[in-house]
Ligand binder design. Structure first.
Ligand SMILES: CC(C)(COP(=O)(O)OP(=O)(O)OC[C@H]1O[C@@H](n2cnc3c(N)ncnc32)[C@H](O)[C@@H]1OP(=O)(O)O)[C@@H](O)C(=O)NCCC(=O)NCCS
Length: 224
């Protein structure tokens, strides 16, 4: 796939308007007998109280890890800007009694890929290094503590991956703090692995060690 083909795929995914149409992963999820409904919003129709709750939840769940990570730190303004990008999409999970359970924020984007990712037999010359591929990027996955460890996070990731496949994205990707062992265990269980563009894969070990995060990915191609 050329870079132009990839950009066209991202553009048409962003211009679609019924992303979950035909999705076979249920948009309901039972936890402790309390059904949860999952709704997809794009940023332009996401109610502001849900956007604010999502921001607050990230801060409650991960503030300490951001502060401990010397290379990132925490800034309300930066996080709000990050969560307000033009093509931001939110899967919001809400229990039948109205309680907000969690959310997943993603975008369709072009992302760098590493020549090592190319299947054997293909050209791995240097000119590949600047190439990018279309991916569905999970920027946030956050659950309220009372809704964790009930399978809801895995369910939201299944929806993400199905949407990614529907729009022919090559990979599902995400960034996670190295210190977030629970999340890393979770993503690995779902089949994610450290991506070729992650700092530990392409920086000298001493430089990589100073970086607080890793980039994980999972190939979505049907033929892989
Ligand atoms: C990480 C998170 C998204 C996982 O979602 P979840 O619904 O709690 O996880 P699931 O119940 O779907 O777990 C699936 C599997 O992942 C693994 N896993 C999930 N949470 C784990 C934890 N805290 N410790 C160890 N393994 C864990 C387990 O293998 C689990 O399967 P099991 O319950 O059958 O043993 C959720 O716990 C969360 O929101 N955490 C706080 C915010 C956060 O760290 N987000 C990720 C940022 S990158």
């Amino acid at each position: 796939m050329t870079r132009l083909d990839g950009k066209r795929l991202v553009q048409s995914a962003n211009e679609a308007d019924n992303w979950l149409l035909g999705c076979t992963t249920p948009l309901h999820y039972p936890t402790n007998g309390q059904p949860i409904t999952i709704t997809l919003y794009s940023l332009c129709n996401l109610p502001s109280h849900l956007h604010q709750w999502a921001f607050n939840l990230v801060k409650r769940n991960l503030y300490d890890q951001y502060i401990a990570a010397k290379d990132t730190g925490w800034s309300d303004e930066d996080k709000l800007a990050e969560m307000s990008e033009e093509h931001a999409m939110y899967l919001i999970a809400q229990a039948s009694d109205g309680q907000l359970a969690g959310f997943l924020y993603f975008q369709f984007v072009m992302e760098d890929y590493c020549a090592d990712d190319i299947e054997s037999g293909e050209d791995s010359s240097d000119d590949k290094e600047d190439e990018q591929i279309p991916v569905i990027y999970c920027y946030e996955l956050q659950l309220e503590s009372s809704f964790q460890r009930k399978g809801l996070g895995a369910h939201l990731m299944r929806i993400l991956e199905e949407v990614g496949r529907k729009y022919h994205m090559e990979k599902s990707m995400l960034t996670v703090f190295k210190s977030n062992e629970a999340a890393i265990t979770f993503y690995r269980k779902l089949g994610y692995d450290v991506d070729g563009i992650s700092p530990s894969k392409h920086l000298p070990p001493r430089r990589a060690a100073r970086i607080s995060y890793e980039i994980y990915s999972k190939c979505l191609r049907q033929d892989s």
